[in-house]
Design a protein around this ligand. Structure first.
Ligand code: UDP
Ligand code: MG
Length: 337
């Protein structure tokens, strides 16, 4: 497996390191993991050295209070394979990962957790899979070693929801151990807790995605940073992603349609009430139907205007960043042309 990657030709061996660009950047968000870090760094170094890949480890300290930052700084001065990025405060795992991506030099990026729950020995296996022509290879913790609370309900439901609604058919969104092509990561903007939706975001960007079973270990040191509250945040992020996936470039199709339906219903009720008033002389001033008609009309107009504003926003979003609304995988042409 390992030699397959090394000999595949796409990731040249240590020669790239001479130009200062390693074969792979390993990005790790760190929040209060001081006991795990020394073991982690050693495990990554030995896994990647064994596969003869040049690498850099980028540890992003996300506002730790247990001395993790200090340890990382010392280690970064001592070893040439480690870059320590120290954030000013705790911004959350997504922001820490985004920071790591920004400092990564390689064409290939691997992410994993700092708590030794992911196994660095799996990195070369993911890289070999990436070389088969994928843009993202996601780890799948088939034998997940977390408490039942975490493993069963929230995670199963979240994974099922994400899988069925985004259309990206992988089992384990929550697994941090993933390998990506750097150009893919550069195309994605991360907000909120969106790191677990990276495969879905990548899918929106047209990436080729697959998964590989990986090992998973119980936490040896420290505590998990998340509780049940995370499920709610994941669900809210899922709604954002769904909206982005379906309607990012055409918000008027949602809001315009809803607005139109509302306006048509409101108008129909209004006409009906006017007819009742004129034809029968009946008093309509205190009828609930009148309130409904007014409510529908107002809501309809609001939704319509909101859709138009969203269209403007969307154009600003794409044009201000020079983001085209499509992604080209490759362009093939005859060299004579
Ligand atoms: N983490 C972080 N910032 C945070 C919370 C977590 O950088 O605000 C890091 C943490 O140090 C670990 C990874 O994100 O490397 C995953 O966190 P954790 O292991 O607590 O999550 P779990 O495995 O319980 O889902
Ligand atoms: Mg963990």
């Amino acid at each position: 497996m390992r030699s397959g990657l090394v000999n595949s030709g796409k990731l040249p061996q240590n020669e790239t390191m001479s130009s200062g660009v390693p074969d792979v950047s390993v990005v790790i968000p760190v929040h209060n993991e001081v006991e795990s870090l020394p073991h982690l760094l050693e495990a990554i170094a030995s896994a990647l050295r064994a596969s003869q890949l040049s690498y850099e480890i980028i540890c992003v300290d996300d506002g730790s209070t247990d001395g993790s930052a200090q340890l990382l700084k010392e280690q970064a001065q001592r070893r040439s394979d480690l870059k320590a990025v120290i954030l000013r405060r705790n911004y959350g795992q997504t922001a820490a990962m985004a920071a790591g991506f920004n400092y990564a030099l390689s064409q290939v990026i691997v992410t994993l957790d700092a708590d030794l729950q992911n196994d660095p020995a799996d990195i070369p296996i993911l890289l070999a899979k990436l070389e088969e022509g994928y843009d993202l290879v996601s780890g799948w913790r088939q034998n997940r070693q977390d408490g039942a609370m975490k493993r069963l309900l929230p995670s199963k439901i979240a994974n099922w929801l994400i899988r069925s609604s985004t259309g990206v058919n992988i089992h384990d969104y929550g697994c941090s151990l993933k390998a990506y092509r750097a150009e893919l990561v550069a195309d994605m903007n991360l907000y909120g807790e969106l790191h677990r939706f990276l495969p879905a975001l990548a899918y929106i960007e047209g990436a080729r995605i697959t998964e590989m079973p990986v090992r998973h270990h119980a936490r040896r040191f420290g505590r998990s940073k998340y509780g049940l509250w995370r499920t709610f945040r994941v669900l809210m992020d899922l709604l954002t992603i769904l909206f982005m996936k379906r309607f990012l470039t055409r918000p008027m199709h949602v809001f315009g349609l809803l607005g139109l339906v509302s306006i048509v219903l409101g108008t129909a009720l209004g006409i009906h009430l006017t007819w009742v008033k004129l034809a029968t002389g009946e008093n309509i001033g205190n009828r609930p139907l009148l309130f409904l008609a007014v409510l529908l009309l107002l809501t309809g107009v609001q939704l319509f205007c909101f859709g138009l504003l969203a269209e403007l926003q969307m154009r600003t979003y794409h044009e201000s960043q020079g983001r085209p609304i499509y992604r080209v995988r490759e362009v093939v042409k005859n060299s004579d042309q």
